[in-house]
Design a protein around this ligand. Sequence first.
Ligand code: 13P
Length: 252
Amino acid sequence: MKIQKTALIAGNWKMNGTIKEAKRLVSSLLEKYNATPSLDAKILICPPMTLLNYVGNLLEGTNIFLGGQNCHYEVSGAHTGEVSANMMRDSGCSHVIVGHSERRSQYGETDKEIFCKVEAVLEHGMKAIMCVGETLKSRQEGNAINYVTRQLDEVLNSRLSLENLVIAYEPIWAIGSGKTPKISEIEEIHEVIKKVLSKSLSQNHEVPVIYGGSVNPTNAEEVLGLEAVNGVLVGGASLNTNDFWEIVNAAS
Ligand code: 13P
């Protein structure tokens, strides 16, 4: 089962990687990339902030994109330890992940704040990968769809032009756990997200929805084979080039 559209295969390194490790990871990725004449996938690497410039330089001249994992919604100011969307753009990012569930749970990011970040990323000409996803409790209680659509309310109630928005559906309980929803559940929720957002979009544009949560070489082809899945956001497996490349190949 092969997908029709070019899938986005994004690697979220999270808080992993020194310069030495990044050099090794990106070099082995580029070896595989250069040995593959035609690739029907869009690859995005999201290293920690400290490695953006370094990884960006290594990727120069390739079609592999660079992304950030978070940003502040203001352009500049007294926000010690923060980095703005403007700065992410300046570091060579084409995409920024916002509202990852780890940021929601560990740093108390709210839907409102996440919306402001989406706005800042889009205003700076990048693509915003906005993460949504339900807790295990809401999945077990049959409320996953409500939980996720509520996370989209801020975006839906805005007048924001959503052409550069990507939604990452990442069920919280699937992240780093080796568990994934049933394939039919992934399809269902992706379809709902697309339908809900299509009301805010021009007729011939659809918001890409990518799946994240324990994506690995074994399940990637099945997930990417779903029509409503436009790519994957990969955590742990993106730190192993062989695994990551198998996932890239599952999309091609
Ligand atoms: P894992 O692939 O390690 O489950 O992480 C998913 C994720 O959080 C990507 O943003």
